[in-house]
Design a protein around this ligand. Structure first.
Ligand SMILES: *Cc1c(COP(=O)(O)O)cnc(C)c1O
Length: 363
C-alpha cells in the first residue's frame, strides 16, 4: 500500500527520508550488526547517537550554553508533575495560563503540589483565542509562569509570549516544537513530547535554564529520582535505560531539519502550508474555523461544517481519498488537520482540493 497523507495530531507523520534510513539500518546500524533497538545504551555507538542528537538540537534551536538539555521518558504529561516538583520554591506558588486541555491538565497537576492559580483563561469562548497576557496578576513570590504554547486540540498558538514580570516562563511546546525559530533566552524551561513534530511517542525533551536547577536540599517535595531534572542532567540522560530508539529517530529528524535549511526554512514552509488551508477556510461556505485570526496555529488547523453528520461523512470520504486521521479531538469534534514539519505541501494541497470537491457536492 502507498503512503497516505496522515493528518494525525500525534503520533504523527515523520519525514519519509528518515523512515527509509531507519529501515535500511534496522538489521545493521553503522557496522554493529544490530539495530539501535537491540544495542546497549552504554556503548560508544549509542553514546554518539545521543551526543549528536543533543548537539544538532542545540545548533538548530541556537540553545545557549547556560541551558541544559535532557531526553526523558513519560511523554509530555509526566512533565506536568515534574515542573512544579522541580521549580516550586518554599512559596510553592505558580501562575498558569489556561488555553486548552493540556494547560488545564498541567494546572491540575500543579495544584497537587502547591498554590497554582489560573491568571488568564480563554475558556469563556471555548479556547478559540489566546488571552491578552501583557499585564497578568503575577505575584512577587510566584515561582514561574506556565503556558501551553500551541494548543493541539483547539488550534491556537501564542504569537506573543506573556509578560511574566521577570518570572521564569515554562512552556509546553509539544505541538510546535521545531516548527519555527524561538528565542530560547526568553524561557526558563521549554519541554515537548516528541511524537507531534519530531519522533516516536514516549520521549520528552526538556530544556532548562541552569539557574533553575535545584539541589536535592532545595526541593520542596519528596521527589522521585527519575523526576528530578538534576538526576537526568547529571547522568546526561543516561541515569537508566533511555528511550534509545526514540532518541535515534529524533536525531535523524534533527539532521533532516538541518538539511531543509533549519528553523527559518521550516517556518517559511509551515506558514505557506497553513496559509493554503486558512485561505480556503476563509472563503468556504461549508467549512468554518472558529479560531481568532491572530491566535491561529500553523500546526493544527481545526474546522467543522456545523453538522456532525456532514463532519462524519467528510472524515469517511477523506479516508477513501488517502487523507487520514483528520477527525477532530473527541473533546471538540469536527475536523483537525495537523500539518507538522513532515507533512508535505502536496498533502495540504490534496486536502484543500478534496474539501473543495466535498463542498460542491454537499452545498
Ligand atoms: C500531546 C500533547 C501532550 C501530551 O503528550 P504525552 O506525550 O501524551 O504525554 C501535552 N501537551 C501538548 C501541547 C500536546 O500536544
Amino acid at each position: 500500500m502507498a503512503r497516505v497523507f496522515n493528518f494525525s495530531a500525534g503520533p504523527a507523520v515523520l519525514p519519509e527520508e528518515v523512515l527509509k534510513e531507519a529501515a535500511a539500518e534496522m538489521l545493521d546500524y553503522d557496522g554493529s550488526g544490530m539495530s539501535i533497538m537491540e544495542m546497549s545504551h552504554r556503548t560508544k555507538t549509542f553514546e554518539k547517537v545521543l551526543n549528536d542528537a543533543e548537539a544538532d538540537l542545540r545548533e538548530i534551536m541556537n540553545i545557549p550554553d547556560n541551558y541544559k538539555v535532557i531526553f526523558v521518558q513519560g511523554g509530555a504529561t509526566t512533565q506536568f508533575a515534574a515542573v512544579p516538583m522541580n521549580l516550586m520554591s518554599a512559596n510553592k506558588k505558580a501562575a498558569y495560563i489556561e488555553t486548552g486541555n493540556f494547560s488545564k491538565k498541567a494546572f491540575q497537576e500543579a495544584k497537587i503540589f502547591g498554590n497554582a492559580r489560573v491568571v488568564a483563561s480563554s475558556k469563556d469562548k471555548n479556547y478559540t483565542y489566546i488571552p491578552d497576557c501583557s499585564d497578568l496578576p503575577i505575584e512577587e513570590d510566584d515561582d514561574y509562569v506556565y503556558i501551553c504554547e500551541n494548543n493541539t486540540i483547539f488550534g491556537t498558538k501564542f504569537h506573543t509570549l506573556p509578560n511574566t514580570k521577570g518570572k521564569p516562563l515554562v512552556s509546553d511546546q509539544s505541538s510546535c516544537f521545531l516548527s519555527e525559530p524561538v528565542d530560547v533566552t526568553k524561557y526558563g524551561v521549554i519541554y515537548a513530547g516528541v511524537q507531534k513534530n519530531v519522533g516516536p511517542a514516549g520521549l520528552a525533551i526538556v530544556i532548562i535554564r541552569e539557574d533553575l536547577i535545584k539541589e536535592d536540599a532545595d526541593l520542596q517535595f519528596p521527589t522521585p529520582t527519575m523526576l528530578k531534572w538534576k538526576t537526568q542532567i547529571d547522568a546526561k540522560s543516561l541515569y537508566n535505560t533511555p528511550n534509545s530508539w526514540a532518541i535515534y529517530i529524533c536525531g535523524k529528524v534533527f539532521k533532516w531539519i538541518k538539511k531543509q535549511g533549519g528553523l527559518e526554512a521550516m517556518k517559511k514552509i509551515n506558514e505557506k502550508k497553513a496559509a493554503i488551508l486558512y485561505n480556503y477556510l476563509e472563503k468556504s461556505k461549508l467549512f468554518k474555523n472558529e479560531v481568532e485570526k491572530n491566535s491561529r496555529s500553523i500546526m493544527n488547523v481545526v474546522f467543522r461544517t456545523g453538522s456532525e453528520e456532514l463532519d462524519a461523512k467528510f472524515v469517511a470520504e477523506a479516508k477513501e481519498n488517502n487523507i487520514v486521521t483528520i477527525k477532530g479531538h473527541r473533546l471538540v469534534g469536527g475536523m483537525r488537520a495537523s500539518i507538522y514539519n513532515a507533512m508535505p505541501i502536496e498533502g495540504v494541497e490534496a486536502l484543500v482540493k478534496f474539501m473543495e470537491k466535498f463542498e460542491k457536492e454537499n452545498a
